[in-house]
Design a protein around this ligand. Structure first.
Ligand code: ADP
Length: 539
């Protein structure tokens, strides 16, 4: 029976409609920004390594340039005639030193006054025409890094003035091989603890250090720049020495970060899913509970009104004859039985719900328990014009059970069979042997149970669609009690519908309760896998 509901529905819909999407949205936004953050951190990590390399590179440039400038300044100081009155040729006697290969002195008209190494005169003729003398201020010097077929040259050149103000020009060619083999190697060695350095010439050849990238495993942390303002045709490449460790570290950051984000998002999603399911099941449970209260009240009301009505008839003496009084008494007894059965169910169920169910186990004969339980039902069976057929296997082993609980199981199953089977139908009850125990089977020839509902009927408060549609009275707790009791006895309950022998219109159902019982030698072989065949009508 359905009743209009109110209350818990509204906040639950609110949770489903707003709170859940909001949490999912927040989790996704968090995941997105978290991913971006991890990406930024990994990029910053690479950038900081390249930044360190940039610092090392500029230290290297500074050190080499300082030594080159030093060599040029030493020479130009010797060639300086600003304080002398003598001729320009006086400048031709300078000492070359270890770094200067040759030099040239030009007069104000840029005619050579002297070329130190005569073999290089032709070469100097080219340089003197092409050097950018005019952009220099007096005493300033500059470097020219030039590519030749055979390699490159480094020239330092300067404009000077004699004491009388006459301009003259000097230029020196530096020994690049010394810079390359001695100075660069020395400076690179200073960095070798933590870095790998390569100096690349204008043709892309490594002229100092160890070959490095590009397009190799060093790429990720490789720093590359032009070799300062002096040897500007060359480039320097610097990479950390422990690229593999750094690579692994960066990789770990790149993998673990997103992994952690994905994991947390999945956990949030799963958590939400669980909460969602819990909310839905709580919602369903509360709906079932309110149906249960309505059904139980209805169940109580009907027998009570009948008892009252027939009790009053007997009490006021408004009945005709002894036979009618007996009939009324019978009705009162039957309805009282129904009432006490219902109350037993509700009380046991309440004990179960509170986790307070306790059983009083003792060894007993299941056939006796079955017989006594069926005696209680016989009157109802007759009243409902139904037939009860029973078959009990002889010599069954004793079963460890709670007698009252097992009676409740049988009453519930038979009561259901009477309730749901069509009027005038037959209810078959059997008790037989099964490997390791005994089985009670209750079969009816009623409408059966839809396949998708066969497991659900054992849930508390669940009532099948057909029972609700046909308005069959019930509270939805009987089978959940049967299941609990069977399991507490170490057994189980099953349902099969259509039952064997059912028809298209009355497929019927068979409920089987399996209970363990110690089987003695020899008895096992006689055990059968299922309930015994149903025999002739006994009641
Ligand atoms: P109820 O008080 O509703 O009978 P139960 O827990 O005993 O509660 O049964 C649960 C539901 O299982 C019933 O509402 C009914 O829909 C279905 N059911 C139980 N026994 C039978 C049966 N023998 N035939 C058809 N349906 C049944």
């Amino acid at each position: 029976m359905r009743h209009p509901r109110s209350g818990s529905g509204a906040p639950v819909s609110l949770i489903l409609a707003f709170v859940f999407p909001a949490i999912v949205g927040a989790a996704l936004a968090l995941a997105y920004y978290g991913y971006q953050y991890v990406d930024d951190v990994s990029r910053l990590f690479e950038a900081s390594i390249r930044e360190d390399a940039r610092g090392d590179a500029s230290d290297l440039f500074r050190a080499i340039e300082a030594r080159i400038d030093d060599a040029a300044v030493t020479l130009f100081r010797q060639l300086d005639l600003a304080q002398e009155d003598g001729p320009l040729e006086a400048a031709c006697k300078a000492d070359l030193g270890p770094m200067i290969e040759s030099y040239i002195v030009l007069n104000a008209k840029k005619a050579s006054v002297c070329v130190l190494d005569k073999r290089q005169r032709a070469e100097w003729d080219t340089y003197k025409r092409t050097l950018n003398w005019e952009s220099l201020r007096p005493s300033e010097f500059r470097h020219e890094h030039r590519t030749l077929d055979a390699g490159s040259v480094l020239i330092a050149y300067s404009t000077r003035q004699m004491r009388d103000g006459t301009k003259y020009y000097v230029a020196a060619k530096l020994k690049l091989d010394v810079i390359q083999t001695d100075w660069l190697d020395e400076e690179i060695a200073k960095l070798s603890k933590t870095r790998r350095v390569a100096v690349i010439d204008e043709h892309g050849n490594t002229i100092s250090g160890s070959p490095l990238g590009p397009h190799g495993r060093d790429d990720r942390f490789l720093y590359e720049d032009l070799f300062g303002k002096t040897l500007y045709k060359w480039r320097v490449r610097i990479a950390p020495k422990d690229v593999d460790t750094l690579q692994a570290k960066a990789e770990r950051k790149k993998v673990f970060g997103p992994l952690l984000i994905i994991l947390s998002t999945v956990i949030i999603a799963v958590g939400l899913g669980i909460v969602w399911m819990a909310v839905l099941s709580e919602r369903r449970a509360s709906r079932l509970k309110s149906d249960f209260i309505a059904n139980v009240s209805h169940e109580l009301k009907t027998p009570l009104s009948l008892i009252r009505m027939f009790g009053e008839l007997v009490a006021t003496g408004k009945h005709k004859g002894e036979g009618v009084a007996r009939e009324y008494g019978g009705i009162i007894t039957r309805e009282s039985e129904r009432l006490s059965h219902l109350i037993d169910n509700v009380l046991d169920f309440a004990r179960l719900e509170r986790g307070k169910a306790s059983y009083d186990f003792s060894q007993g004969d299941m056939a006796d328990v079955l017989e006594r339980a069926l005696d209680v039902c016989r009157y109802r069976v007759e009243k409902d014009k139904m037939k009860l057929r029973t078959e009990v296997d002889p010599g069954l082993p004793p079963v460890r059970m709670d007698h009252n609980a097992m009676t409740l199981v049988i009453l519930n199953l038979v009561d259901n069979a009477i309730k749901y089977a069509a009027d005038g139908g037959i209810v078959d009850v059997s008790l037989g042997r099964t490997p390791g125990g005994v089985v009670i089977a209750v079969r009816d020839h009623g409408p059966g149970i839809a396949v998708d509902e066969q497991l659900r009927v054992f849930e508390r408060f669940y009532r099948a669609r057909s029972a609700r549609d046909r308005n069959v009275r019930g509270s939805g707790i009987g089978l959940s009690l049967v299941k609990h009791i069977a399991e507490a006895h170490g057994g189980r309950v099953t349902v099969e519908s259509p039952a064997p022998g059912g028809t298209a219109t009355n497929p019927g159902s068979v409920f089987r309760v399996f209970l363990p019982a110690p089987v003695h030698d020899g008895a096992e072989s006689a055990a059968r896998h299922d309930a015994p065949h149903l025999g002739p009508t006994q009641s």
